[in-house]
Design a protein around this ligand. Structure first.
Ligand code: ADP
Ligand code: ASP
Ligand code: MG
Length: 456
C-alpha cells in the first residue's frame, strides 16, 4: 500500500486536479491520499483573519471568493450525482468559517487557537472535494486521528498516540482508497484544532505511511524531483535521481522547501522509501530517497535557511569549543530552542551559534545566565547577537572525502566579496554549514552551487 501526498500546487486548479484524478484513478490498488488546501488558500485564510481582527470587512468579499473557488472545482470535476451533496458539505464548513470571521471582526482579537481553527478549513474542504472527484474513494477526517501536544509554546505531533489512532482508523488491507487532509490535527488534551506547522501536510503523510508500514511514500508536487538547490534561485539546479534519508533530512532542515523537515524521520525509521514526483509531469522518474544507494557523490545538494540569528561567544574560554558547545547546547535544549549550527571563523577565539531569529533574544538571555560566572571572571568577554543571517548547507554523505571543501568554498565567497560569518566546526558527518548575511544569500547560494555541483 502506498501513501500519496498532493501539495497545494497539485490541488490548486481544475487542471491540476484533473492530473491528480488521473494519477490516483490509475493506481492498481487502494492507497491513502493526503491533500493540502487549494494552492494559496492557507495564506488567504490567514490574511483574511488578520484583516477581520483589525476591523476590516474584507472578509465578506473573501468568503465569496473562497466559495466560488471551491464550487467551480466541484462543478467541473465531481460527478453530477454527487455534486449537490458535496456542495452542501463544503457550504456547511464555509458557513462556519464566515461566522468565525464575523466574530473576529467584532471582537478585534485574533487568539492563536482561533487562527488554527481558521486555517483548518482549507484541508477540511479540499479533502472532501478530492474524495468525491476520484473514481472510488472515501473521505476520512484527519482531525479524528492526528494529535499534537504542547512543547514550549509550540504544537508538535504526539507520535505515539497518532500512530495508535491511525492504525485504528485505517484497517488493513484497505478496501478503498482513502482521502484525508494533511496539516491539521487536534490537541491531545483539549481536543482543540491545531496543526503541524506551515507545509505540514508532508508530515501527516509520513506519519500515516510509518504507522501503516506503507511500501512507499510519494510526495507529488510541482517540480520534477528533489533538485540540487532551490530552482527559484539557481536556474542551473538539477534533479537528484537518488539520495539517502540523511541527505534529504539535512537539506530539508536547512531550507529545501520541497519537503517539510520532520517528514523524513518517521519513514526513515521504518525504512520506507520516499519518492518526489511531479503532478504536472507524472512520467518523469522523480527522486528516490532511500538507503539502498549504489555509489555516491560527495556533494548531493545545497540549500539555504534564512531568518536566523548569529550568537557569538568571545573570549579565552571560547577556545575550548567542546565545553562551550556542550553547555550552550544543554541550556538551549532544556528550553526548547534548536541550535542549527555551531561554527567558528578560523583561528579566532570565538564560538558562533545559530538559532532561529525569533528565539535569539531568549537564547541570549539563557546563555548570559549559563555563563554568568565566566562573564564575571573574564573567561568569556562577551555574548552578542547579530540578526538576519542565512545558513548555506552543503550536503553529502561522502562530503568528508573532499578534504578542504569548506575552505575552498569560503575562499570562493570571499573572492566575490561575500563575507563569511561562520563555518560549521566539522561536527557533522554530512553537512558543511556556511553562514552569510541574508542580504547576500542568493548570490552566495549560486556561487556555492556552481563551485560544489556544477563544476564537479
Ligand atoms: P507543495 O505545494 O507541493 O507542498 P512546495 O511549494 O511546498 O509544494 O514545495 C515545492 C517547491 O519547493 C518547488 O516549487 C520549488 O520551487 C521549491 N524548492 C525549493 N528548494 C527545492 C529543491 N531543492 N528541490 C525541489 N524544489 C525545491
Ligand atoms: N496548507 C498548509 C500550508 O499551506 C499545509 C501544506 O500545504 O502542507 O502550509
Ligand atoms: Mg510543501
Amino acid at each position: 500500500m502506498k501513501v500519496l501526498k498532493f501539495g497545494g500546487t497539485s490541488v490548486g486548479t481544475i487542471e491540476s486536479l484533473t492530473n491528480v484524478k488521473k494519477i490516483v484513478d490509475g493506481l492498481d490498488r487502494p492507497a491513502v491520499v493526503v491533500v493540502s488546501a487549494l494552492g494559496g488558500l492557507t495564506d488567504r485564510l490567514i490574511s483574511t483573519a488578520k484583516a477581520a481582527s483589525e476591523g476590516k470587512d474584507s472578509f465578506e468579499e473573501a468568503m465569496i471568493e473562497f466559495r466560488l473557488r471551491h464550487h467551480n472545482i466541484i462543478e467541473a470535476l465531481v460527478p453530477e450525482v454527487k455534486r449537490v451533496e458535496t456542495r452542501k458539505k463544503v457550504d456547511t464548513l464555509l458557513d462556519q468559517l464566515g461566522d468565525i470571521y464575523r466574530g473576529l471582526y467584532q471582537s478585534k482579537t485574533l487568539p492563536e487557537r482561533t487562527l488554527d481553527l481558521v486555517v483548518s478549513f482549507g484541508e477540511r474542504m479540499s479533502s472532501i472535494i478530492v474524495a468525491e472527484l476520484l473514481k472510488e474513494a472515501e473521505h476520512k477526517d484527519s482531525l479524528s486521528f492526528m494529535r499534537t501536544e504542547r512543547w514550549f509554546n509550540k504544537n508538535i505531533a504526539d507520535r505515539a498516540l497518532t500512530e495508535k489512532l491511525i492504525k485504528e482508523a485505517f484497517p488493513l488491507p484497505l478496501e478503498k482508497t482513502v482521502v484525508t487532509g494533511g496539516f491539521i490535527s487536534r490537541d491531545r488534551d483539549s481536543k482543540e484544532i491545531t496543526n503541524l506547522g506551515r507545509g505540514g501536510s508532508d508530515y501527516t503523510a509520513a506519519l500515516i505511511a510509518a504507522a501503516l508500514d506503507a511500501e512507499e511514500l510519494e510526495i507529488w508536487t510541482d517540480v520534477d524531483g528533489f533538485l540540487t538547490t532551490d530552482p527559484r534561485v539557481v536556474k542551473e539546479a538539477r534533479i537528484i535521481p537518488t539520495m539517502t534519508f540523511v541527505e534529504s533530512m539535512e537539506l530539508c532542515t536547512y531550507g529545501a522547501k520541497v519537503v517539510y523537515p520532520p517528514t523524513i524521520y518517521p519513514v526513515f525509521h521504518k525504512g520506507i522509501p520516499i519518492r518526489i514526483l511531479n503532478t504536472f509531469n507524472p512520467e518523469a522518474p522523480g527522486t528516490l530517497i532511500t538507503d539502498n544507494i549504489e555509489g555516491g557523490v560527495a556533494v548531493r545538494g545545497v540549500s539555504a535557511l534564512a531568518k536566523n540569528g548569529l550568537i557569538k561567544i568571545e573570549g579565552a574560554l571560547a577556545g575550548n569549543v567542546a565545553t562551550v558547545n556542550t553547555r550552550a547546547f544543554n541550556a538551549m535544549s532544556r528550553n526548547g530552542i534548536s541550535v542549527l549550527l555551531v561554527g567558528k571563523v578560523d583561528h579566532s577565539q570565538e564560538v558562533s551559534l545559530i538559532v532561529p531569529i525569533d528565539e535569539m533574544e531568549k537564547a541570549l538571555r539563557l546563555l548570559k545566565n549559563e555563563f554568568a560566572g565566566e562573564l564575571q571572571n573574564g573567561d568569556i568577554l562577551s555574548i552578542n547577537g547579530e540578526a538576519e543571517v542565512t545558513v548555506i548547507a552543503v550536503v553529502g554523505e561522502q562530503i568528508k572525502q573532499l578534504a578542504g571543501l569548506g575552505a575552498r568554498l569560503t575562499n570562493t565567497l570571499w573572492r566575490n566579496n561575500i563575507s563569511v560569518k561562520a563555518v560549521s566546526d566539522g561536527a557533522s558527518e554530512t553537512t558543511i554549514g556556511i553562514v552569510v548575511d541574508s542580504s547576500q544569500e542568493k548570490q552566495a547560494l549560486a556561487l556555492i552551487h556552481e563551485a560544489a555541483i556544477e563544476r564537479r
